[in-house]
Design a protein around this ligand. Sequence first.
Ligand code: AKG
Ligand code: FE2
Length: 374
Amino acid sequence: MAHSVEMLGQECFDLKNKAIAHLHDYSFMDEIPTIDYSLLFSKDHNERAKSLEHLGKACQDFGCFYLINGVEERVVEGALKGISDYFELTNQEERSEYLKKNSMDRIRWYLRSDAGENRENIKIVTHPEYHCPSKPDSCKDAIGEYLKGMHEVELGLAKAISTTLGYEETYIEKEFKLEAGFDVATLNLYPPSLQSKGSTGLAEHTDPGFFVSLIQDVNGGLQVLSHQGNWITVNIPRNTIFIGIGDHLEILTNGKYKSHIHQVILDNNEVKRISMATLHGPSLDTLVAPAPGFINDSHPPTYRGMTYKESLELNGFDEIDVQSSLIQLQMPLFLISCMIIVNKLVDIVNIIIKYYLCDGITLYVHVLVQFNPI
Ligand SMILES: O=C(O)CCC(=O)C(=O)O
Ligand SMILES: [Fe+2]
């Protein structure tokens, strides 16, 4: 049994990390930032302001960060053991009972082994109602305790991120109706791979929702694409949760905070790996569109609005599949360019009308200003 209690201890964690040889070049600029959750609510005004600034930069420049002091270490370790027990103490036949029967199934089992994806996984709707396979007993409670803690962190991050955007604390919570937010957790099992190149666990993608929280039993495999264009391996330190921005925060902020692009590569993975990615989303009936505060003449709306449920189903998927439809929601580039040009022309016409009776030089200067690069 590869994932016993002892195997999840520090020794196993270190050994497994050594067993995985990923070589990636990335500069200091590509280090994923770390955010201390407790400091976001510090009573010390300066400390709080500094960590909120750090959070805003992480969201804008990286689209992801490591979160410390969010959920207790005991609870995170318990959830990882719960997932490990689930895959160890049940066989594939038992797990396959959750193969899709109905589009409304709240627990769903998947198995893929092809060039684009190599993993077994089970998706569970975890909020507003918590669903989880009932066998083994330990699994449901341990994962449930982690998700309860993570839901508190979600509400806290919604407050902090709203503040970094210049809004009142309750902004995102209200916009996404988080009290009824639709959350789906994916419990992943990736097989070992002796291939040294080209073995994909999960192809490049973004995830829908507000943000994704991720825990894993062993580092190596998950990579995020930095805004500088380099793939960075996500090495989650102990007692830390990886947080990545989701598509619907990108849509709400009209592209200010971008959804993180990520993939799972299995090359040289000598051991199997488990992870749990939880997609924290708006309520299914929430209409998500670029908010007026992020739109101006130079930044017209870049996405079309749609309810969260419609966007999850846009490409023929069920809501529990939580597949991204960000590309389909993006306005065509030529349309955005046309909107910017039309806005500029309207401004120029206004100026011409305003200065019609004024001297020609004033008019000339104003038109020049309008044609400055955006
Ligand atoms: O297992 C991982 O590291 C990533 C999983 C993931 O990206 C997903 O389930 O959407
Ligand atoms: Fe993902």
